[in-house]
Design a binder for this molecule. Structure first.
Ligand code: GAP
Length: 436
């Protein structure tokens, strides 16, 4: 895992937050490549939900909501709390289920009795910091969806079954954030809530589990690194009647990347009860009025990005080139799916000291830049530059050479096969769009 963390920092994917002040509380910043990859993951997910499925619409609800939302949802009670243990001497706190002994893992002293710790992040709205102005940063984005169930239903004339999807920040005061970006306090969720008739809930649960598992496989995650885990009743989230975690085999073990939940009528009934607003659905055809059941799919952007990075990371001893003698060097290849690789195209002049080649490469870069996320690179030997691009998963490397000056074309090198073909510069945008 250290190698991936190091690559992320070295090549501009992920940096520790507030680093010049020694970092802050397991927070991370996404660098130029990280933000491109994050945006790609969000786009692929959004398109999947809103374009390739029927009857799903999007939403962008506020992070700050009435604290009554969290009272009704059960997040302010024991339902959304971890059990923590605290050291009597150094006062470090740990998640109880991660501590194997009765001694503090940091200083070896005795631990206090376990107690519940609520994960909601508190904040105050307005100038006075008192109970009346207390609210919370949302811990899951879906509550904003439930708040707008009726608005969307009426304004968009939706009919059950239908879905509402949302991407946005969520916050949890995790006791022990850890494993790089796996468990952090501020993260983004991509959540879809599918509202259906209670009798269809199980059918849709299976449907969505299948869709979501396939989504990872389509984006290149290896089958052997993905599995599902049916969460037993006593370990389920407080709202879940049924819960299956989609798990990825991280370097530190199998861990959840996405949850598929049958939330039953927990949310809409509780919000009806607490708000006094009847959120039942009226089916005009059958004349039936009922509280819809909800099937939820919920994944963290960072967690899925981390899984994609781990899965794509390869080290090739002696290098990839078979035409020359193997060197002792280890080459890194980030075999990301083309939809989520942050840089799609790199433009490279064969050599830096031939102004005509540099000029040609810069012209090509300007042509491609509005269409694809591109990099221009002229530093070092061409072999070294190919390796630099392989390391960040760039799909195509385009090289201008002396032939280019005569034929107005260049070589296009495929990251995975390393095969090169010549393409006319005037056809580049069209050809690359087809390939990508
Ligand atoms: N609305 C349901 C819900 O929030 P969850 O299982 O608590 O369910 C869903 O979270 C997903 O959100 C997780 O599978 C994970 O991908 C992401 N997630 C949750 N807590 C996280 C954290 N502390 N850091 C990073 N991602 C997190």
């Amino acid at each position: 895992m250290e190698k991936i963390v190091s690559l992320c920092k070295r090549r501009g994917f992920i940096y520790p937050s507030s680093e010049i002040y020694g970092g802050f509380s397991s927070s991370y910043d996404f660098g130029p490549l990280g933000v491109e990859m994050k945006n790609d993951i969000k786009k692929v997910w959004w398109d999947e939900m809103t374009k390739f499925h029927e009857n799903i619409v999007g939403l962008d609800a506020a992070i700050l909501m009435s604290p009554k939302v969290w009272q009704a949802s059960g997040h302010l009670t024991a339902g959304f709390a971890d059990t923590l243990v605290e050291c009597k001497l150094c006062h470090k706190r740990f998640k109880a289920d991660e501590i194997k002994t009765k001694k503090c893992p940091e200083c070896g002293d005795e631990l206090m009795e376990p107690r519940k710790f609520n994960l909601m992040m508190k904040t105050f709205v307005g100038p006075v910091e008192d109970e009346a102005s207390l609210t919370y940063l949302r811990a899951e984005t879906c509550q904003g969806i439930y708040m707008n169930f009726e608005n969307v239903l009426n304004s968009m004339r939706m009919k059950i079954p239908f879905g509402i999807c949302q991407i946005g920040k969520a916050f949890r005061n995790e006791i022990t954030p850890k494993d790089f970006i796996y468990r952090i306090r501020e993260f983004e969720q991509m959540e879809m809530q599918w509202f259906c008739h209670p009798k269809d809930a199980e059918k849709y649960f299976n449907f969505w589990l299948n869709e979501r598992t396939n989504w990872y496989l389509k984006l290149g995650i290896k089958k052997e690194n993905l599995r599902i885990f049916e969460v037993p009743e006593k370990e389920r989230a407080h709202y879940a009647k049924r819960q299956i975690d989609i798990e990825y085999k991280f370097p530190f073990g199998w861990r959840e990347i996405e949850g598929v939940h049958n939330r039953g009528d927990w949310d809409l009934s509780n919000h009806s009860k607490h708000s006094g607003k009847d959120l039942r659905y009226f089916d005009k055809e059958t004349k039936e009025r009922y509280s819809p059941h909800i099937i939820e799919t919920s994944v963290g952007v960072e967690r899925s990005l981390f899984a994609f990075l781990c899965d794509a990371y390869q080290e090739i001893k002696g290098g990839r080139t078979k035409t020359t003698k193997p060197t002792k060097e280890v080459e890194i290849l980030l075999k990301l799916n083309k939809k989520i690789a942050p840089i799609k195209v790199a433009v490279l002049p064969l050599v830096k000291n031939k102004p005509e080649l540099v000029k040609k490469a810069k012209e090509v870069y300007q042509i491609l830049k509005p269409h694809f996320v591109c990099q221009y690179d002229e530093l070092g030997s061409i072999g070294r530059r190919y390796r630099r691009q392989d390391e960040i998963g760039t799909i195509f490397c385009l090289t201008t050479d002396f032939e280019s000056l005569k034929q107005d074309d260049l070589t296009v090198r495929d990251r995975d096969t390393m095969a090169q073909e010549r393409i006319k510069i005037q056809d580049l945008v069209k050809v690359l769009k087809e390939k990508l």
